[in-house]
Structure formats: structure tokens, C-alpha cells
Design a protein around this ligand. Structure first.
Ligand SMILES: *[C@@H]1O[C@H](CO)[C@@H](O)[C@H](O)[C@H]1NC(C)=O
Ligand SMILES: *[C@@H]1O[C@H](CO)[C@@H](O)[C@H](O)[C@H]1NC(C)=O
Ligand SMILES: *[C@@H]1O[C@H](CO)[C@@H](O)[C@H](O)[C@H]1NC(C)=O
Ligand SMILES: [Cu+2]
Length: 411
């Protein structure tokens, strides 16, 4: 059992996130690979497309070629899966993905009741594991690889236990940074991951604090109450809360985070948050101005003290509500998997810009911001997602999307 410390893990911040290195006149339409993020959002959008195309080409060339890595794992162009932007799924494809998630929420849990009495569904197995390991998988050396394995196993559960045959989706935050409520992920239609929560009258900001770093204030959104529309309006969040951030700087936590505590899914869609931290310039700058893995993973999560929550925090907190504002319980929001698809895609793009240096780059330790101090994460470090599924696996096998257990690319 982890220590549920009083300090708020929801706080993601940064101290050296200086102004991004940006340029107003990055060449678009030219074949040259961008090296500096544009502050013009449409230009940065084109830059992101270009970087993603490059990563796609690098990955598929390697799979088609004779690379030992891919050969060993049996990943070929024939069985390579393509992960896609939710916006290009057809209505039928969206419904098929959604019904497989609903299916997982109805299958019985594999977690023994004495381990997590509140885990009632197969879906909850994933939430329980994430709660259990939160302090060992965020601001650690395993952050990116752990979540890569976690969402891949979620995909396997959808396929093997609920018959899903479609593609794994991702949510391109930046495409919705101007208006979250019209996002195809959050518009509340029957092809969305459900929409906003009912409007509430709460006042005051969300206040993220961590140790002695300055508090980060985040605005609240247009909802705040229970989700009233879309496929997940009757879904119950069963576990937590653990460190739920509420308006006015309040927090909420249950005595036993793994006990049965069924409640509605709530949301508080906050366009201002995704706009401020996960726009096209933010994503491209994250990819282009962090040459080593430490800076990349820290800026993605928000460097403590910098005032930034990074694209990772931007995506989570922009959904708002319960459990999206609770780092521990966040997979309990069914849009978690779309968000982490984009996190993994961003890492994949970054890796493919310099595979030789970045494919196996790891930095960090086994504990949240190395508190308490722990050993450095290495390629031999084992990742184990418990009852969620999969076998314990070494970091070595999680570094490429086309080796180890994986065989996928992003479009
Ligand atoms: C939490 O982790 C411990 C140590 O790995 C494990 O024994 C326990 O079963 C886990 N609990 C859950 C809910 O996964
Ligand atoms: C985009 O995000 C960055 C931080 O990542 C922020 O500094 C900038 O103001 C944002 N741009 C817009 C147009 O909101
Ligand atoms: C752990 O990593 C840090 C940062 O890369 C490095 O300075 C340190 O020497 C490493 N410690 C060990 C025991 O390898
Ligand atoms: Cu997480």
C-alpha cells in the first residue's frame, strides 16, 4: 500500500519552463524539419503534422527493413496496428470503441476483494492498479513507459475480453484548445466519451500545491456536476477519491481509497486550461526544445516551481471534475485512454526524431520526484501493472512501439 501523503500529488509545476523557444516565422510547407515551435497556432499545427509524418516514416521504414529489434518481436508491416485521432474515426467506429469500454465496465473484476474491495469491474482493475502505484509512476523514470504498457494492456482487454477489433484512439488536445465543449471527445453526443458535467455554483480556483513550491491556480470550467449526456452518464466511479482537487482550494479523499464508493462521473470542461498548456505551440515546443529525456518528461508533466502543469496536466485538468482532477483515480474517467494515447504519441514522435539517442533514454528514479530517495530507473527495472493484466516486464521491452509486446504506430 502506498503512503497517501498530505501533499497534493495533483500539483504539477515547473521551475525552468522558461518561455518556449519560439519563432514567428518558422517555415511551413518547406520540406525542412522544424527545429523551433511557431507561436502561430496554425503554423504549429502544420509542424506537428510534419513531425508525426516523419516519425511514421521512420517507424514503418524500420519495421519494413531488417532491424533486429522488430524481427525478434515479430512486428511486421502486416500486423502493425495504426493508432488514430478520434476525429477521423467514423461514427460506427466510435460506437464500437465506446461499447467495448462499456463492456469492460460490466465484466467482473479480477482484483481480489481483500486487495481492493471497491473494485467491481474489469475496468476498475485498471483504476485500482493506478491508485496503488501513483507515487511510483509519475515524476519517475518509469512514467512514460509505465503508461505505454498500461494503455496497451487496456487495449488488449478491450480486444480479448470485449471483442474490440478497431483502432486505439487518441485525443489531440491542441485541436480542441479553442473550445473543449465542441470536441468530438467531449461533446456529449453518443459518439463522444460523454460531455460536460451539469452546471454548478461553486466558486474559487483549483489550487495545486506541492511541498513548498508556489501554488498553481487553475480556473474552473462551465460544469462541475455529474455528467448528464452521452454513453457514460450512468457509469459509476467506484474507487477513491484520493487527492481530488475541488474549487476554492479544497481537496477530498476517502479514508480507504480502495473501498467501494460509487458516485457519478463528474466533469468541468475548462477550455482555458487546455488552451494555456496543451495548444499546438506547447506540444511542438515540448518535442523540439527538450533534447534529453529528463527535460522532456519533466516539461511534459510540468517542472515543479515553473508554474506550468505541462501537456500532461493540461489534458487531465481540462476535463475537470471527479476523477479527472485526482491524479490517483484519473483512469476512472473514460477519456483517460484518449489522453494518454496522445501522451504516448508525443513521446513516440520525440523518440523517432533521434532514435539512436532517444529510443532507450531513461532518467529518473522509482519514486515521485525522488521522494523518498530511490534507485535510478534502468532498462532492467521491472514494470508490473498487477491485476490490470499483462506480465511483469522490463523497461527494455517498453521503449519501442514496434518491439517487445508492441507493434503499433500513430497516424
Ligand atoms: C498494490 O501493490 C502491492 C505491491 O506490489 C500488491 O501486493 C497489491 O496487490 C497491489 N494492490 C492493488 C490494488 O493492485
Ligand atoms: C500555448 O501554450 C504555451 C505554454 O505551453 C503558452 O505559453 C502560450 O501562451 C499558449 N498560446 C496560446 C495562444 O494560448
Ligand atoms: C542516477 O542518475 C543520476 C542522474 O542521471 C546520476 O547523476 C547518478 O550518478 C545515478 N546514480 C547511480 C547510482 O547510478
Ligand atoms: Cu498516471
Amino acid at each position: 500500500m502506498v503512503a497517501f501523503s498530505a501533499f497534493v500529488v495533483g500539483a504539477l509545476f515547473s521551475q525552468t519552463w522558461a518561455m518556449p523557444a519560439v519563432s514567428q516565422n518558422a517555415a511551413v510547407g518547406s520540406a525542412a524539419t522544424p527545429t523551433v515551435a511557431s507561436t502561430s497556432l496554425p503554423v504549429a499545427a502544420a509542424q506537428l503534422d510534419q513531425l508525426a509524418e516523419l516519425a511514421y516514416k521512420t517507424t514503418t521504414d524500420n519495421v519494413a527493413g531488417d532491424s533486429d529489434l522488430e524481427k525478434r518481436s515479430g512486428c511486421t508491416l502486416g500486423n502493425l496496428r495504426i493508432r488514430r485521432d478520434w476525429r477521423i474515426f467514423s461514427a460506427k467506429q466510435k460506437k464500437s470503441y465506446i461499447s467495448s469500454v462499456v463492456c469492460l465496465q460490466k465484466l467482473p473484476s479480477l482484483t481480489p476483494p481483500e486487495v481492493a474491495p471497491g473494485a467491481r469491474s474489469r475496468y476498475d482493475d485498471f483504476v485500482a492498479t493506478h491508485i496503488n502505484q501513483t507515487l511510483g509512476i509519475h515524476y519517475t523514470g518509469t512514467f512514460l513507459a509505465w503508461h505505454r504498457y498500461f494503455i496497451w494492456n487496456f487495449e488488449q482487454a478491450l480486444r480479448n475480453e470485449c471483442g474490440y477489433t478497431g483502432d486505439y484512439p487518441y485525443w489531440n488536445w491542441a485541436a480542441d484548445a479553442h473550445d473543449l465543449e465542441s470536441s468530438e471527445v467531449f461533446d456529449g453526443s453518443d459518439t463522444s466519451m460523454s460531455g460536460n458535467g451539469a452546471a454548478t455554483n461553486t466558486t474559487g480556483d483549483i489550487q495545486l500545491s506541492l511541498g513548498t513550491y508556489p501554488v498553481i491556480q487553475l480556473p474552473t470550467g462551465t460544469g462541475g456536476g455529474c455528467v448528464t449526456s452521452g454513453p457514460f452518464k450512468d457509469y459509476k466511479v467506484n474507487l477513491g477519491p484520493v487527492a481530488l482537487m475541488l474549487p476554492g482550494g479544497k481537496t477530498s479523499s476517502a479514508a480507504n481509497p480502495l473501498a467501494y464508493n460509487p458516485r457519478c462521473l463528474s466533469r468541468d470542461l475548462t477550455t482555458a486550461i487546455v488552451q494555456a498548456y496543451a495548444n499546438y505551440t506547447s506540444v511542438v515546443d515540448l518535442i523540439l526544445s527538450n533534447d534529453d529525456i529528463w527535460n522532456f518528461e519533466m516539461n511534459m508533466q510540468g517542472v515543479p516551481g515553473s508554474g506550468s502543469i505541462g501537456v500532461h496536466g493540461g489534458g487531465h485538468y481540462s476535463m475537470g471534475g471527479d476523477p479527472a482532477r485526482d491524479v490517483y483515480v484519473s483512469p476512472g474517467d473514460p477519456a483517460f485512454w484518449h489522453h494518454h494515447g496522445m501522451i504516448d504519441r508525443t513521446w513516440w514522435i520525440w523518440q523517432n526524431l533521434d532514435l539512436e539517442k532517444r529510443q532507450n533514454a531513461i532518467s529518473g528514479t522509482g519514486t515521485f520526484l525522488n521522494m523518498p530517495e530511490s534507485a535510478n530507473t534502468t532498462l532492467d527495472t521491472v514494470v508490473d501493472i498487477g491485476y490490470a493484466g499483462g506480465e511483469p516486464i522490463t523497461m527494455r521491452d517498453l521503449m519501442s512501439t514496434t518491439s517487445g509486446p508492441f507493434c503499433y504506430v500513430y497516424l
